[in-house]
Design a protein around this ligand. Structure first.
Ligand code: MN
Length: 179
């Protein structure tokens, strides 16, 4: 990471690509993308995960590695998450609640109030698993509220739902409905 007091921080991660798509395999098929339907097929979806716990980030990296159509970005706190959401326009955001600095709920509020990010479905992923926490999270406007530890099937199903939702509500109108 790089951090400048009073200005902000830039975080980045590096991760291995899934073995299913080796660069050599792609290079051997230069015409793999058919022009007629290339746009839909070639579309890479982006998931932004805002999480301060490296173990959770690693687990989600492993899960996303099963989805070669999804690339994963990450942020370690709410403010940098908001910054990356604005600049990278992810299709779905996965948000921890207990974060350094602002909470995931506060970050969601800021994302919702910004026209650049209001349409992006945000899934909560939190260790706060009391019914009251879940209720509060859904009231705040999370697309879904998942609790830790991560249940793999539930996680993958929710990711699919959120990605589908984002594909059918691309960047407009959805924000008013969710207000
Ligand atoms: Mn946390």
């Amino acid at each position: 990471m790089e951090s400048t007091v009073g200005k902000g921080s830039v975080f980045w991660i590096e991760m291995n690509l899934t073995a299913e798509r080796q660069p050599f395999a792609d290079a051997a098929e230069p015409t793999a993308v058919a022009p007629a339907q290339g746009q839909a097929d070639a579309q890479l979806l982006t998931l932004l995960y805002v999480e301060d716990n490296p173990a959770n980030l690693m687990l989600v990296e492993d899960l996303i590695a099963r989805r070669p159509d999804v690339r994963l970005l990450s942020a370690r706190d709410g403010n940098s998450g908001i910054e990356i959401a604005r600049s990278s326009q992810p299709d779905v955001i996965l948000m921890d609640i207990n974060l350094p600095g602002i909470s995931g709920i506060k970050a969601l509020k800021i994302l919702r109030e910004d026209r650049a990010t209001a349409h992006i479905p945000v899934v909560a992923l939190s260790a706060n698993a009391m019914p009251h926490d879940i209720e509060r999270g859904l009231e705040a406007g999370f697309f879904r509220y998942l609790t830790k530890p991560i249940k793999i099937n539930e996680f993958m199903d929710t990711l699919d739902e959120a990605l589908k939702y984002s594909q059918t509500n691309t960047g407009h109108a959805a924000k008013e409905e969710q207000a």
